[in-house]
Design a protein around this ligand. Structure first.
Ligand SMILES: [Zn+2]
Length: 411
């Protein structure tokens, strides 16, 4: 375990061991700032020396992996679960507004007053929220560690390089084998990660097959096709004939990964040292060192130090909604009475997602009832007592945040 340390000006220093932190706290040289991740602040000046820390970010649409490393040690590792309820919530809202407006006889048309039509950089709210969460979390890491460089995976393959193999530059000197990994990742994307052998084949273990031998046809995408292991085997045994057309055009991949590119560009405006990498390189690193396929491990590979001494735990973070602004329930009660949707701000002194202690363990409040019986859970969804615990036996640990944190052991 590591304890994160801030100096008097709240700037991050290198983390220290728990025993050193205990000593500092005992001698009144430091105070506790946060319990998760455990962070202390020094009360007297100490600059300390800093090593180079690289933060790898595996950006994603459902889960984000973040790992900070030096050349020797892993210093921080986290997995963040993003919100995926936004599309649903907004379409419900749209529906509700539509039925409400339909009750009016006439209403002047409104169509040119939308943000979407005015703002060129408009992104769908669900994507906007994902990007914001990515940025928030990076800033959280910056608050506890003196990060020197951020590396982000922007896409799973490099389309420019496939279109124009002769580009040169530092990022392009990885050799032929690496280039093939790039093309392979593109071909898998182009073929929709499906086997193109037998009709309706749904096998999951995929190979990339050379239509003409590698020597004759080369590694260009037009000479490659996705086959599952079984079909690939059958083809080489002569049991399967492929129906192939050579010379496909490039499937447009520019729209792909708008979220990750946009995150990268915003990050570049905020921090001095940000660089990028591609998924095929991460995948290659992960497989050559036979590391498990997990988001935080991918982030470790992205940070460029895949073989460092690892921590025995990581932080699981979950982003939850900030507000619920719906005023009335959709369906009216008998007699046309509108039922309020808003729960009280506090029920028996507790808010939704407050962190509480129950029988010595930490939980979050997921549901409150006026009877005083609450639904408390851990972040993996485990309920306590079928979700019914008297609030009298709960001890408030931390007021609600929009990002919930839980420490987990690394498997
Ligand atoms: Zn197949």
């Amino acid at each position: 375990m590591l304890v994160y340390v801030l100096n008097q000006k709240s700037e991050p220093l290198m983390p220290c061991s728990p025993s050193k932190a205990r000593k500092l706290l005992k001698q009144d040289k430091a105070k506790v700032i946060k319990t998760e991740p455990f962070t202390i602040q020094l009360l007297h000046g100490s600059s300390g020396y800093k090593q180079e820390i690289i933060l790898g970010v595996d950006a994603g649409s459902k889960v984000v992996g973040l790992t900070a490393t030096t050349t020797k040690k892993e210093l921080f590792s986290a997995e963040v679960q993003l919100r995926n309820d936004i599309v649903d919530l907004l379409s419900t809202r749209r529906q509700n507004r539509r039925t409400r407006r339909n009750r009016l006889r006439y209403r002047k048309p409104r169509f040119s007053n939308r943000v979407k039509s005015k703002n060129k950089g408009w992104l769908a709210p669900s994507i906007e929220n994902k990007i914001l969460t990515h940025l928030t979390i990076v800033s959280k890491v910056y608050k506890i560690l003196p990060v020197s460089n951020i590396i982000v995976e922007v896409a799973s393959f490099d389309i420019q390089k496939i279109k124009n193999p002769s580009i040169s530059g530092v990022a392009y000197q990885q050799g032929e084998q690496m280039d093939f990994w790039n093309v392979r990742e593109y071909v898998l994307f182009r073929d929709g990660h499906h086997c193109h052998g037998k009709k309706g084949c749904k096998n999951k273990i995929l190979n990339v097959h050379h239509i003409e031998s590698r020597k004759i046809g080369g590694d260009s995408p037009s000479n490659l096709i996705t086959l599952c292991e079984e079909c690939h085997d059958d083809f080489h045994k002569g049991k399967l004939k492929l129906n192939l057309k050579r010379g496909q055009t490039f499937k447009d991949a520019t729209f792909m990964g708008i979220m990750r590119w946009s995150f990268y560009n915003k990050l570049k405006k905020l921090y001095p040292a940000v660089s990028m990498t591609y998924g095929y390189i991460t995948k290659n690193t992960r497989i050559t060192h036979s590391l498990p396929k997990e988001h935080r491990i991918d982030a470790l590979c992205i940070s460029g130090n895949p073989l460092v001494e690892r921590l025995d735990h990581f932080y699981f973070l979950k982003k939850v909604r900030c507000h619920n602004r719906q005023i009335h329930k959709v369906n009216l009660l008998k007699g046309g009475v509108k039922k309020l949707n808003r729960a009280q701000y506090e029920v028996k002194g507790f808010r939704l997602f407050d962190k509480v202690q129950y029988q010595g363990r930490l939980y979050y409040i997921f549901g409150r009832r006026n009877s005083g019986f609450f639904d408390i859970r851990t972040l993996d969804g485990t309920k306590v007592n079928k979700g019914s615990v008297s609030c009298k036996s709960l001890k408030l640990i931390e007021k609600r945040k929009t990002i919930l944190t839980e420490r987990r052991m690394a498997g």
